[in-house]
Design a protein around this ligand. Structure first.
Ligand SMILES: [Mg+2]
Length: 148
């Protein structure tokens, strides 16, 4: 089976957390907050420390699978953002995104996708900046690293 690494995007390569803070400061929550996030995602920036993260995920010759809780609606802008990392483009990657009508927690959504990915790939490592996601990977027997 092909070896793979599962990678998160926000908080690892891209800094978008300020958008959620902005939205919350405007009194937005739930769906309205996520809509604000999606609409403003083009303002997200390369995260400081992203080079170190990139080095980690490019190491070895594993298939790179981005598993993000971002909505499918943001696929185009997400590709644009990943395009600012030339080594990633050179290697190629899969991008798994949350279907538009999916309202599961990030960990639950990622767990469902993980179970499908595990049928096709041997997951050597998963990296995420959210502890709940890292714990979910570990519960599923995956070697996982908290990125911070
Ligand atoms: Mg994240």
């Amino acid at each position: 089976m092909e070896k793979a690494i599962i990678c998160d995007i926000d908080g690892c390569l891209i800094d978008s957390s300020f958008l959620l803070k902005e939205g919350k400061n405007k009194g937005l929550k739930d769906l309205a907050l996520f809509e604000y996030f999606d609409k403003n995602l083009h303002r997200a920036k390369k995260l400081k420390g992203s080079k170190k993260y990139l080095n980690l995920i490019l190491k070895g010759n594993r298939k790179i699978i981005f598993l993000t809780a971002r909505s499918e609606k943001t696929r185009a802008i997400t590709y644009t953002q990943l395009n600012i990392f030339p080594p990633l483009i050179a290697r190629g990657f899969l991008l798994k995104m949350r279907p538009e009508n999916n309202t599961q927690s990030s960990a639950k959504y990622k767990e469902n996708v993980l179970k499908k990915i595990m049928k096709d790939f041997e997951i050597e490592l998963a990296v995420d900046d959210e502890l709940t996601n890292v714990e979910m990977y570990k519960r599923n027997g995956i070697n996982a690293k908290l990125w911070k």
